[in-house]
Design a protein around this ligand. Sequence first.
Ligand SMILES: NC(=O)c1ccc[n+]([C@@H]2O[C@H](COP(=O)([O-])OP(=O)(O)OC[C@H]3O[C@@H](n4cnc5c(N)ncnc54)[C@H](OP(=O)(O)O)[C@@H]3O)[C@@H](O)[C@H]2O)c1
Length: 259
Amino acid sequence: MDRVGGEEGGTVRLIPPERVRPVDLVDIVGATARPEPEGRPWIFLAMIQSADGAAVLDGRAGGLGNDADRRLFLGLRGIADVVLAGAETVRVEGYGPVRLSDDVRAARRRRGKSEFPRLAVVSRSLHLAWQSPLFVESAEKPIVITAEDADREALERARRRADVIAIGHGGADLVAALRQLRRRGANVVDCEGGPALNGQLLAAGMVDELVLTVAPVLVGGGATRIIRGPAQHAPRQMRLTHAAEEDGFLFLRYVRRGV
Ligand SMILES: NC(=O)c1ccc[n+]([C@@H]2O[C@H](COP(=O)([O-])OP(=O)(O)OC[C@H]3O[C@@H](n4cnc5c(N)ncnc54)[C@H](OP(=O)(O)O)[C@@H]3O)[C@@H](O)[C@H]2O)c1
């Protein structure tokens, strides 16, 4: 990146002007070596927000994105072993089976991975559309992460359609669940939110990376931010590793400091 002298002697960085295709951005993000945190997978958040920090437009994230963002979103799934999502995101965004291009599937096979990542849904209520394509047509059986004391009948229904990890009381113990995913071979988890799930991951010290699209729109109102929950008195320090722009959309990649 170029350095530009500021009037007071400080410097700002300019984003490099080279043009890369969005698919290259996925390659850049995908090719980066990720360390293995002790006993759990590396977890990145893949999120979009408006320029004024709103995580939704008319109640959904989908309304904020453009084509490049959608390609990035799909490409990021291609580098993950597990795609993690909160039940509300799955319900609101109408999640279906993970679909990947032939190229991405071939690249996964070359790297010794399964053709598709597993989708893992976190839900306490287990109010999920069990007859929907997500649970009926997914190439890899979805995982459902829930609490041990979830409703018994709902648990039985869930077990017919998904691999269930029932761990923790009241809510799922996400630290224990992610450790279990690691033991099952997941090295990289792509967390697609939403903000409530992200907040718990942040509070548990499990946000290693953030791939953030900033859409060039102002939404106003009281829309949620991309991470919701208790404020962090010791904020997670992040390092910006990549910044790219297309059509006014910014694509930013942050990795936690010290990595
Ligand atoms: N801007 C973006 O990139 C982006 C990304 C994703 C989503 N979104 C938006 O965010 C909104 C949804 O996010 P949200 O924060 O309301 O919800 P969320 O994080 O997607 O899901 C919350 C739900 O997940 C389950 N859950 C979370 N933690 C749990 C735990 N420890 N144990 C058991 N279950 C747990 C519960 O499901 P049950 O209710 O089933 O018990 C809870 O109601 C939508 O409007 C969506 O469009 C935006």
